[in-house]
Design a protein around this ligand. Structure first.
Ligand SMILES: Cc1cc2nc3c(=O)[nH]c(=O)nc-3n(C[C@H](O)[C@H](O)[C@H](O)COP(=O)(O)OP(=O)(O)OC[C@H]3O[C@@H](n4cnc5c(N)ncnc54)[C@H](O)[C@@H]3O)c2cc1C
Length: 433
């Protein structure tokens, strides 16, 4: 591989993983990102002297590839706060996994949950054990709502447990979400190792969590990093790829396109042979996520680092102080936020403030609020969603990104796995005679 020069377009979690994999494989790498801050959809944002994220994220213990990549580029252990699985809706439901081997920890969490009637506990345990064989339990083409109907899940259990977990994990409501993907996520997070179900909460901002230290690691190994450098187009020469940038054209032996799908469609669309692939990627449907930040007085603390909210706009609220961030700062997350993305920001923030008060605190109004709506936060994880493989069919051009082929929904882990796979695809291609 020595001497081969590979361009990675996109310094989100997928592009970062691809660049690290390529450097480890002996390639010379240039990493481009249109943005000046690395991290893509999971990046730091500065606002009024506070460090926010483009959206509040959580990771799971099951994110083995992401956590291993973080360790391997020198991210310190205290970058995340790890807690055993706990789901809390104050006054409604409290469920916490004890330190028992999987899946006993889950069975015990459901059996001992506060706020569930006996029939609901029994139905929940039956459901959890049915999806141990995810592919058999969930039928091809079935939605999560269809699966919950078929497996006789009571309404209250659906509302407080399965439906919030579905929209949090797949960013797609149960009525449209792919039951097989949901069953796989639950199986792999809950049924394998106890630690897989741990909630892994970022204590650093999302650019510092992986992209920034990985970029330092890449720089020390000779990679060139071009932040604020949008790639405008791709074309194939006799044996190389030509990338058009505002600074002029640059040639590379191979390219990993690690952008979000809509941007990949634009770039691939500039290569005539890839027009059909670009058209399919461009047709991928998306789901929004809205994060509402509320800056309260520095003394304000929520009862838990993460709390569920039922029956309002917010689905989960996070105490950023408890996570190592700004004191008094609360982040409220709304997945699949079609209705909320259309609301006036002040109206939405005021409504979320009232929902936080309903959790049990009387609060002065926040000093400031900031609403960030990502209209295309993730692909819609519906049955039959198109997910392209890493290999594009064009020599030396691979795709990476959370939307590419894989068993899981769009997550940081899916992005990291896709990046490593794209790097292997390019390394294998360069070794093919
Ligand atoms: C609000 C929100 C909340 C989320 N919550 C969670 C969560 O709790 N847990 C979880 O696991 N996942 C969560 N996700 C999903 C997660 O953020 C994504 O799956 C992941 O960040 C996708 O990474 P990626 O590298 O595939 O793409 P991206 O992050 O989109 O990275 C693509 C990069 O390519 C760059 N780029 C695009 N076009 C060009 C070009 N022409 N030239 C150069 N650069 C270009 C972009 O600037 C960007 O940096 C959330 C997403 C959002 C938006």
């Amino acid at each position: 591989m020595s001497g081969r020069h590979v361009a990675v377009v996109g310094a989100g979690y997928a592009g970062i993983a691809a660049a690290v994999g390529l450097v480890r494989g002996g390639a010379a790498v240039t990493l481009f990102d249109a943005n000046r801050t690395a991290g893509g959809r999971a990046r730091r944002i500065e606002y009024r002297g506070s460090t926010l994220d483009n959206g509040q994220h959580i990771l799971l213990g099951a994110y083995h590839h992401t956590l291993a990549l973080m360790r391997s580029v020198g991210v310190p252990e205290n970058a995340v706060r790890r807690e055993p699985l706990a789901i809390r809706y104050p006054g409604e439901l409290e469920l916490a996994a004890p330190r028992l081997p999987a899946p006993l920890h889950l069975a015990a969490a459901l059996a001992l949950a506060r706020g569930l009637a006996f029939g609901e506990r029994r139905a929940a345990v039956a459901f959890a054990f049915a999806i141990r064989r995810a592919e058999a339990a969930a039928r091809e083409g079935e939605t999560v709502a269809g699966l919950l109907d078929r497996l006789g899940q009571p309404q209250r259990l659906r509302r407080l447990l399965w439906e919030p977990l579905c929209v949090a994990a797949l960013n797609t409501p149960a009525g449209r979400a792919d039951a097989r993907v949901f069953a796989r996520v639950l199986r792999d997070a809950l049924m394998r190792e106890r630690g897989d179900s741990d909630l892994v909460l970022p204590a650093f901002d999302l650019s510092s969590l992986l992209p920034d230290p990985a970029i330092a690691w890449l720089g020390e190994r000779g990679a060139q990093i071009v932040l604020g450098g949008r790639v405008l187009g791709l074309s194939r020469g006799a044996s190389q790829w030509r990338l058009a940038t505002a600074e002029g054209a640059r040639d590379f032996d191979a390219v990993v396109c690690a952008t979000a799908p809509y941007e990949a469609a634009t770039l691939l669309g500039t290569v005539p042979a890839l027009a059909p692939l670009a058209a399919r990627i461009s047709a991928i449907a998306h789901e929004p996520i809205t994060t509402v930040y509320l800056q309260y007085d520095a003394r304000v603390r929520l009862p838990f680092a993460m709390t569920g909210v039922d029956g309002g706009h917010a689905q989960w609220v996070f105490d950023r102080d408890a996570l190592g961030g700004t004191r008094g700062l609360v982040a409220a997350v709304i997945s699949s936020s079609h209705a909320q993305a259309a609301l006036d920001h002040d109206v939405l923030a005021t409504a979320v403030h009232r929902e936080i008060e309903r959790l049990g605190a009387t609060l002065d109004p926040p000093r400031w609020t900031k609403v960030i709506s990502e209209k295309r936060a993730t692909f819609a994880c519906v049955p039959g969603a198109f997910r392209p493989p890493a290999a594009t069919g064009a020599p030396g051009l691979a795709l990476a990104g959370d939307y590419t082929e894989g068993p899981y929904p769009a997550t940081l882990e899916a992005a990291v796995v896709s990046g490593a796979r794209a790097a292997r695809t390019i390394l294998d291609w360069t070794q093919t005679p």
